[in-house]
Design a protein around this ligand. Structure first.
Ligand code: NAD
Length: 335
């Protein structure tokens, strides 16, 4: 997601960008190949938990956009140490370095997962925009959506570390006056996503002839946001967001996991017989869905790529860029 944001920020023409990235298993400099000859792009290889490195990377910058994180829920269940270190301590280091450097705007990229889970509903019976309209009209019992005022009830170690970091970022605003803005987005998908997340993992499995493992009964609902729409929302919040405020960047495209996998199978013309239901993830959130009304009103932002276009475009990208994801997968397997 960070590399897409960098491409967008440089396309706009008015920004110069310094990227600080530790290039963990999920990081890949090739994702930035399109901009690496641009004189306005600079890369620093380093860890956000190192205050000196963080302060050095920020020198001369007027804004910080903090994407760096450990992000995969399954990994956080297997071991949470790196999640606490990078997501909580790393965020603390960046906030304190930003305060020291007099940074004029600090954007923290948070997630919908800080809110926990919503009661399940079947997105097949009513589209997200229609259900959201009912929610906004005052039907607060059902269906429900998260607003920026919803309480934090994170349920996975990953979500708990993002919630801690989100609180810490806003505390730096309230306590120290650091101009912090927070975005909380739905599940992203699109080109260059590391093939451990649902959509690229399923595309990879389908192309390579393997099974497509789906947790539980596949009915868990996620709201999908195309990565470029996310980048536009982050840039909008950076440029027009109010310090001390958070903005939900919702995709208005809820789908059950099974529907998503069936969509990929259809796009690639492989049989549904390859789908395998496996034991559910512990604490698997039933449903996420965001009300992006505040981002629409204040930032003038709305998602523009509908899932019905974004999914085929993503499948096409992975088909065309097999070498990219095969290399990414190999780097991961070596760890
Ligand atoms: N993927 C989603 O659906 C989604 C949705 C909402 C919010 N987010 C948030 O967006 C951000 C980016 O997510 P992503 O899916 O692109 O993540 P990712 O796991 O694909 O990439 C994370 C990046 O952070 C870097 N990194 C990790 N630890 C670091 C450290 N200690 N120092 C410096 N760099 C480090 C990695 O090298 C990698 O480039 C995260 O903060 C995540 O919580 C993601």
């Amino acid at each position: 997601m960070g590399s897409d944001f960098v491409r967008l920020a440089l396309e706009g023409g008015s920004h110069e960008v310094v990227v600080l990235d530790a290039l963990t298993y999920a990081g890949n400099l090739r994702n930035l190949q399109a901009v690496d000859s641009d004189a306005r792009f600079h890369f620093v290889h380093g860890d956000i938990c190192d205050q000196e490195v963080a302060g050095g990377a920020m020198a001369g910058c007027d804004a910080v956009v903090h994407f760096a994180a450990e992000t995969h829920v399954d990994r956080s269940i297997r071991g949470d140490r790196e999640f606490v270190r990078t997501n909580v301590e790393g965020t603390r280091v960046l906030l304190s370095a930003a305060l020291e450097a007099g940074i004029e705007r600090f954007l923290f990229v948070s997630t919908d997962e800080v809110y926990g889970q919503l009661p399940w509903r079947d997105p097949g019976t009513e589209s997200t925009p229609a259900a959201l309209a009912r929610f906004r009209a005052g039907n607060e019992d059902f269906p429900t959506f998260f607003t920026e005022e919803s309480p934090f009830r994170p349920r996975s170690p990953y979500a708990a570390t993002k919630a801690a970091a989100d609180h810490l970022a806003l505390a730096y605003h309230h306590t120290h006056g650091l101009p912090v803005v927070v975005t909380r987005a739905s599940n992203n998908y699109g080109p260059y996503q590391f093939p451990e997340k649902l959509i690229p993992l399923m595309i990879r499995q389908a192309i390579e002839g393997g099974e497509l493992p789906v947790y539980g009964d596949g009915r868990n609902v996620r709201d999908w946001l195309f990565v470029r729409d996310h980048s536009r929302g982050v840039l909008g919040a950076l440029e027009r967001g109010e310090p001390g405020e958070a903005y939900n960047l919702g995709g208005l495209s809820e789908r059950t996991n099974l529907e998503v996998v069936r969509g990929i199978v259809r796009e690639l013309g492989v049989g549904e017989g390859r789908i395998r239901f496996i034991p559910d993830r512990p604490g698997h959130d039933a449903r996420y869905a965001l009300d992006p009304g505040k981002a629409e009103r204040v930032l003038g932002w709305a998602p523009t790529t509908h899932f019905e276009e974004g999914l085929p475009a993503t499948v096409r990208w992975y088909k065309k860029n097999e070498a990219w994801w095969k290399r990414a997968g190999q780097a991961d397997a070596r760890r």
